[in-house]
Structure formats: structure tokens, C-alpha cells
Design a protein around this ligand. Structure first.
Ligand SMILES: NC(=O)c1ccc[n+]([C@@H]2O[C@H](COP(=O)([O-])OP(=O)(O)OC[C@H]3O[C@@H](n4cnc5c(N)ncnc54)[C@H](O)[C@@H]3O)[C@@H](O)[C@H]2O)c1
Length: 264
């Protein structure tokens, strides 16, 4: 049984990036807390899999194949949401990708592609969800940022960091504009959470995992399920006075002085 403050029964959540990783975990977390779901991803097969798990929980679910770097497709998806559910209470803005390239080498096309996906895509979803939530006088938006939203990563993350920095400001601006009208906007900033891409990079460079772990006092990398509790908290009435917050999900990475700490 769900403690009532965290209960999402009767609410509708849209989660992008729901075919895998943190989007999938977030969607399942919302469904476990009682919400009905709309899922968005470019990976139709993965999303069907997530949808089947949500159905098994007894919740309604509608998977929509949608590239969230394309505003027209986002708007079409929200029209489908209006027809199917007629409301949106929660937005989980998770999908979107970066590119790795040194600042002196990255092309403007690469930068534009990352900004289109992570900034325009996230903002268009916020705008479509926000319009509907403002009309209803309530709602919770959760943007996935990164520690790259507020610190520099190096290692070729320039385009990704510029985009994630924009996600932090998008969150603060929207919270400032909308919170007085019932719509909260928060962001989760993860450190390294194991996914397919990260696994491949760690396999290619045997020292990489140790490098990452040196920056994580908790002593392990993140896993997708780490986002479940935090996402349900931010979506639910347990967090009604929390808005405009950038919440690190990082095993203590941000708290630690990068140059001055070592194990005893
Ligand atoms: N994993 C990490 O270490 C980490 C850390 C900080 C931030 N993030 C961010 O969190 C988000 C989720 O990461 P993850 O680790 O769960 O990744 P993941 O690769 O496991 O999942 C991303 C999902 O988004 C989908 N997707 C990608 N581009 C899309 C698009 N244009 N339209 C629709 N769907 C699209 C993919 O198909 C995939 O299902 C990403 O924005 C990522 O940049 C990840």
C-alpha cells in the first residue's frame, strides 16, 4: 500500500524516454504509485515492453512512438493525450541524447542536434504540458538534467553541458513563472547511471569505472531504479512546496571537493 502523500492514483503521467533506463524506471515508479501512463520514445519495441509491465500492474498505458526533438511530433502526441486521457498531471521529461566531441572540434551541426533534442525537445514538452496544467491549476513537471547542468564534466561534453545548463535555467524560469498558478517544475541531476552507452564506454576504457567511482563517495555507480523514489516524491503531494529545485542524484558526487578528497 502507498503512503497517501505519495499516492498517484487517478493521475495521468507522460514520460519520454520510457523504452529504457531512467525513463522506463520513472514510468514504472509512477505506475506502481497508481498513475496511468502515456509513454514516448523512438524505440517502439522497448516501449511496448515497458507498457506490458505497466499493464501487469493494472494501470492504463498508451505508448506513442515519438521523436522528442521534433516539436510537430510532440504537439501531435499531446493531441493524442487530450483524446485518450483529457488531462495531464505529471510530465517526466527524460528522453534526449548528447554527443561526445572536443570543444575545438565539435561541429555546429552536432551542437545544434544536441540543443534540438535536449533543449527544444524538453521545452516544447514543458510548454505543451504546462499549458494544460495551467488551465487545470495544477501539475508537476520533472526535467532530467545532469550534473553537467551545474558543473563542467570535460571529456568532450561541451555540447551536452551547454544543453543541460539550459535545462537548469528552463526549470528555474518555468518554476518562477508557473508555481503561483499551481504548476511545479523541478529537475533531477544524475551523475553516472549505468546504461548501454556508459557500459560500452567503460568496456572500451578499463580505467574509466575507477575514475568515476573516485568521484562518488557512495561507492557505486547509479542504476536506473535509483530515480524511482525521487521521481514519485517530486510528482506527488509529498513535495507540494518544492519547486524550482535542482536535485542531485549522484551518490554524493557534487558534495565532494574533486581535488581534495581521498579514502582513509
Ligand atoms: N545515464 C547517465 O549517466 C545520465 C546522467 C545524467 C543525465 N542523463 C540523462 O538522462 C536521460 C536518460 O538517460 P538514460 O541513462 O536513462 O538513457 P537510456 O539510453 O537508457 O534511455 C534514453 C531513452 O531515450 C530514448 N530517446 C533518445 N532520443 C530520443 C528522442 N529524440 N525521442 C524520443 N526518445 C528518445 C532512447 O530510445 C532511450 O529509450 C538522458 O537525457 C541523459 O542524457 C543520463
Amino acid at each position: 500500500m502507498i503512503y497517501s502523500l505519495f499516492d498517484l492514483s487517478g493521475r495521468v503521467a507522460l514520460v519520454s524516454g520510457a523504452a529504457s533506463g531512467m525513463g522506463r524506471a520513472m514510468a514504472l515508479g509512477f505506475a506502481e504509485a497508481g498513475a496511468d501512463l502515456m509513454l514516448a520514445d523512438i524505440n517502439t519495441e522497448g516501449m511496448e515492453n515497458t507498457a506490458a509491465q505497466i499493464e501487469n500492474l493494472g494501470r492504463c498505458v498508451l505508448p506513442i512512438t515519438c521523436d522528442v526533438s521534433q516539436p510537430d511530433l510532440i504537439r501531435t502526441m499531446f493531441n493524442q493525450l487530450d483524446q485518450e486521457y483529457g488531462r495531464i498531471d505529471i510530465l517526466g521529461n527524460v528522453a534526449g541524447e548528447g554527443v561526445l566531441a572536443r570543444p575545438e572540434e565539435v561541429t555546429m551541426e552536432q551542437v545544434q542536434k544536441v540543443l534540438q533534442s535536449l533543449v527544444i525537445g524538453r521545452f516544447c514538452c514543458c510548454q505543451e504540458a504546462g499549458r494544460r496544467m495551467l488551465a487545470a491549476g495544477k501539475g508537476s513537471i520533472i526535467n532530467i538534467g545532469s550534473l553537467a547542468s551545474i558543473t563542467a564534466l570535460g571529456r568532450g561534453h561541451i555540447a551536452y553541458s551547454m544543453a543541460m545548463g539550459a535545462v537548469a535555467q528552463m526549470t528555474r524560469e518555468l518554476s518562477t513563472e508557473w508555481s503561483g498558478r499551481g504548476v511545479r517544475v523541478n529537475a533531477i541531476l544524475p551523475a553516472q547511471v549505468i546504461n548501454k552507452g556508459l557500459k560500452a564506454r567503460m568496456e572500451a576504457d578499463p580505467n574509466l569505472e575507477t575514475t568515476y567511482l573516485n568521484g562518488i563517495p557512495a561507492g557505486r555507480l547509479g542504476v536506473s531504479d535509483d530515480i524511482k523514489g525521487l521521481a514519485v516524491f517530486l510528482a506527488s503531494d509529498a513535495s507540494t512546496w518544492i519547486t524550482g529545485a535542482l536535485v542531485p542524484m549522484d551518490g554524493g558526487n557534487l558534495a565532494m571537493n574533486a581535488g581534495g578528497s581521498r579514502a582513509w
